[in-house]
Design a protein around this ligand. Sequence first.
Ligand code: DGL
Length: 261
Amino acid sequence: MIGVFDSGSGGLTVLKALRETLPESDFLYYADLAHAPYGEKSRRELLEVVTNAIEELKRAGATSIVSACNTASTVLQGNYAELLGLTDDHFVEMVEPTVERAAAFKQPLFLVATPATIESGVYQAALNGAGVVARAVALPGLAAAIEFGAPEEELENRIRDAFTGVDTTRYGGLVLSCTHYSLARVSFERVFPKLVLLDPARTVAERAAGAFGTRERGDGSLHIVTSADVSLFRRRVESFFGSRALVELLSPGPGDSVKIG
Ligand code: DGL
């Protein structure tokens, strides 16, 4: 069974691509809504909640893991992934596939992500290493605004504010490097009608197929669990996977930072 996790709804976009690419695999999705948003947390807090999410999935029987969260993926680099027993043939994260997608674009681009992702510097280094001309821009509060159903106008204002004073004319594309942002595609299109929006979800799914697709064969089942019950999340699950996809509540895990907007 493939365990997939995110702080909430964003990873559903990756889960959808995974199920389309691997229709015979069994999936367990963990939405850690009790600790959302991940993107405004310190590295120490992130290590704690991300470790818990992965352990939760493993305890429930996941034999391969997909980090469907860019913020989590930035802390799961190198040694730390190994420490959790995540080896390349059992684990796929967001950074490498996202950089691969960006490199294939061949034009200067923006990379938008949560403050924690941008502060980690992981993407900047990886893009640099791949020779991609990119400018990283943090979008504070946007993932939470999307998760908890803020109006479209607020989403657009948050995007516009983060780009104040930035000259966008030399850029051809914008990489959505927070899985939540794919749920706000319309807002990005309104603010940047001339930029091509790049979503790495399909590339992530292809990586997973290559890493453990042949091993992870089952009957195509889907099981969704969350650490906090949020009605908008349930509605999103239904719109992605139909009314038969059930959402089950788990205990919230570390800390007492349950903060639902
Ligand atoms: N969807 C996640 C990401 O890709 C996390 C967003 C958040 O919880 O702040 O970074």
